[in-house]
Design a protein around this ligand. Structure first.
Ligand code: SF4
Length: 589
């Protein structure tokens, strides 16, 4: 049928770059809770797939969220979701593993379970024969609570570190004949495993989290796991397909974490301390990639600080390829890097000033001056890069209208500087993202700005940019940011909102927004069916002394440090970047 045909065509077009392992007896289905072209562009998903595939005890398969037309067809024909590679019902597997990079995909987790005809709530599956449902990935590192009622066990940490351990234990439990219902407690012994059943939240009269009672055998914290030495593992494209959103690239992960400590950025805190792959490893991986693709996509939070990046870009260009870094911090772009990136026809580069004014860049700890941004733009355009993409955020804590106008002022200066130097500049795109407060950052206590106010700011920025001519403004919708904030900062009760959205089949951003608006309206009219108010998690400042939904995870970052960073933001004080050799201040090193 149609769905199977689609899957077989996709599999036929894939190119697997490693030797696959003969199948074992633990039937495991790895799920990316979004569509195929996004899942296959995700290095984390590919890395986890290979870990499963290499385990001699595992027989691995995949599932993606069906495309909208496939979904439509499944619903009209009443067809349940089957696995991608072997067309098996999901309930046939021993383990279902969700790899979740983005918290907005939490809603898709519910949709997929339902399409697979598996009861959503853990309690409804208890005592019946269903697969063990686990979840990992960067979204659940930060805050797994919105889906805690639907998942049996989470793995909080980097998969290379803990997934093999988990599989050894699972295999051992099976070999010892431990029944499925008793296996969970054994699996929870793996360091970094989070068993939601052990943690019971309670709330005060104002609806805030009062405490989380712990009933497990160990300490009431989950120690998130990280690998120390990235060189021990290769995280690059393992399966290539042109249908992936980065289909023309071979992706290589260069680093995890970030040394700069921008106060809004989850990656800069959750992956501490910063770890880089060695230049030798990166060149070797890039060389391998060049046998498959002309473009090497270098992935990580900030690429201009990667040791040896200019010579890596040169090595790629020498072999006729092109390095495409995910994002560059303007002041770290050296003339050598600008020259190397511009070779072999690289005509677009992304720079991330994040804020338009010097004042706001101090608030967010960007450690970046206007002169540095202008210098880097001048260098890149001078070397032949035609198109610039500039990333900014809007609605940041402490932001005033003048800071937003600062985005247009800075863009005008970049254009003016290019004109004065008679440089040829092509397309300038302003990518604008509403601020979303993220757990484990100094801004975790801050609310998201009201959508109305963000929209007003976007509109007057658009008017200011219109005066500059050919500038493309690409704003993310405040409605999408609202939902992202809800699932980033929400506690376990947000699961009920997800259930409601899933029941009403509200999956795209417009439908989600209308669903959330309806819930808010019901609550304010005294109904609401026991649902929590989404605004409570989105537009409320959390108090410093409040218990936060993600407090039970130990990310090794002292809370006082995050508080002091937040205080520094209010006073426009910046902190220096990480010095992993000498510094011990935040607790992560
Ligand atoms: S201890 Fe210092 S160097 Fe290490 S992650 Fe924290 S701030 Fe950075």
């Amino acid at each position: 049928m149609f769905l199977r045909k689609n899957a077989l065509e996709r599999i036929a077009k894939e190119r697997v770059l490693y030797e696959r392992h003969p199948h074992g007896d633990i039937a495991t289905c790895l799920i990316y809770p979004n569509v195929y072209r996004l899942g296959m562009a995700n290095l984390g998903f590919q890395a986890v797939y290979q870990i499963f595939d290499r385990d001699p005890h595992v027989a691995i398969d995949r599932v993606f969220l069906p495309d909208p037309d496939e979904r439509e067809l499944m619903s009209t024909r009443g067809v349940p979701l089957h696995s991608f590679e072997h067309d098996r019902p999901l309930s046939d597997f021993d383990i279902i593993a969700f790899s979740i990079s983005f918290e907005t995909d939490y809603l898709n987790v519910l949709a997929i379970l339902e399409m697979a005809r598996i009861p959503l709530r853990r309690g409804e599956r208890a005592g019946r024969h269903y697969p063990l449902i686990i979840a990992g990935g960067s979204a659940v590192f930060l805050n797994p609570e919105p889906i805690a009622d639907f998942i049996d066990l989470f793995l909080i940490g980097e998969a290379e570190e803990m997934l093999p351990e988990f599989l050894v234990r699972y295999h051992d439990c099976r070999a010892r004949g431990i029944p499925t219902d008793l296996r969970l407690a054994e699996m929870a012994e793996v360091e970094g495993a989070y068993l939601p059943d052990y943690f019971t939240p309670s709330y005060d009269e104002a609806g805030r989290l009062r405490e989380v009672a712990y009933s497990g055998p160990k300490r009431p914290h989950v120690n998130r796991r990280l690998i120390r030495d990235l060189d021990k593992f290769t995280t690059s494209s393992r399966i290539l397909t042109e249908e992936s959103v980065f289909g023309d690239m071979y992706l290589v992960e260069a680093s995890r974490g970030c040394q700069w400590g921008c106060r809004f950025c989850a990656a800069g805190f959750m992956y501490r301390p910063i770890r880089y792959r060695s230049p030798e490893k990166l060149v070797a991986e890039a060389e391998r990639g060049l046998t498959e693709r002309k473009v090497i996509g270098m992935v990580g939070a900030e690429m201009a600080s990667v040791p040896g990046i200019a010579s890596i870009a040169d090595a790629v260009a020498d072999r006729g390829g092109r390095l495409s870094p995910s994002s560059l911090k303007a002041d770290c772009i050296s003339p050598e890097l600008a020259r190397a990136l511009a070779r072999n026809g690289n005509n677009s580069v992304t720079i991330a000033p994040e804020a338009g004014s010097e004042r706001m860049r101090k608030v967010i700890n960007k450690n970046l001056t206007e002169a540095e941004i202008l210098r880097s733009a001048h260098m890149m355009i001078g070397e032949g890069v035609e198109n610039l993409k500039l990333y900014f955020m809007i609605g940041l804590p402490e932001e005033q209208d003048d800071d937003v106008i600062g985005i247009a002022r800075l863009t005008a200066k970049i254009l003016e500087q290019a004109r004065a130097a008679k440089q040829r500049i092509g397309r300038v795109t302003i990518s604008l993202n509403p601020f979303v407060p993220k757990p484990w950052t100094p801004f975790q206590w801050d609310p998201m700005e009201e959508s109305r106010s963000v929209k007003r700011k976007i509109s007057f920025l658009r008017n200011h940019l219109a005066q500059l001519g050919r500038i493309e403004l690409d704003p993310e919708s405040p409605r999408e940011a609202y939902f992202q904030t809800l699932v980033s900062r929400g506690d376990r009760r947000v699961g009920r909102i997800l259930e409601r959205l899933n029941t009403e089949r509200r999956y795209d951003s417009g439908a989600i927004w209308h669903g959330l608006t309806a819930i808010r309206r019901e609550i304010s009219s005294g109904a609401g069916d026991g649902l929590p108010d989404p605004d409570f998690f989105v537009h409320r400042a959390y108090a410093h002394e409040e218990v936060l939904p993600w407090d039970f995870i130990d990310h090794h970052i002292a809370k006082w440090f995050l508080r002091s960073e937040r205080k520094k933001a209010h006073h426009l004080h910046q902190s220096p970047p990480c010095d992993v050799v000498r510094c011990r201040v935040c607790g992560a090193c």
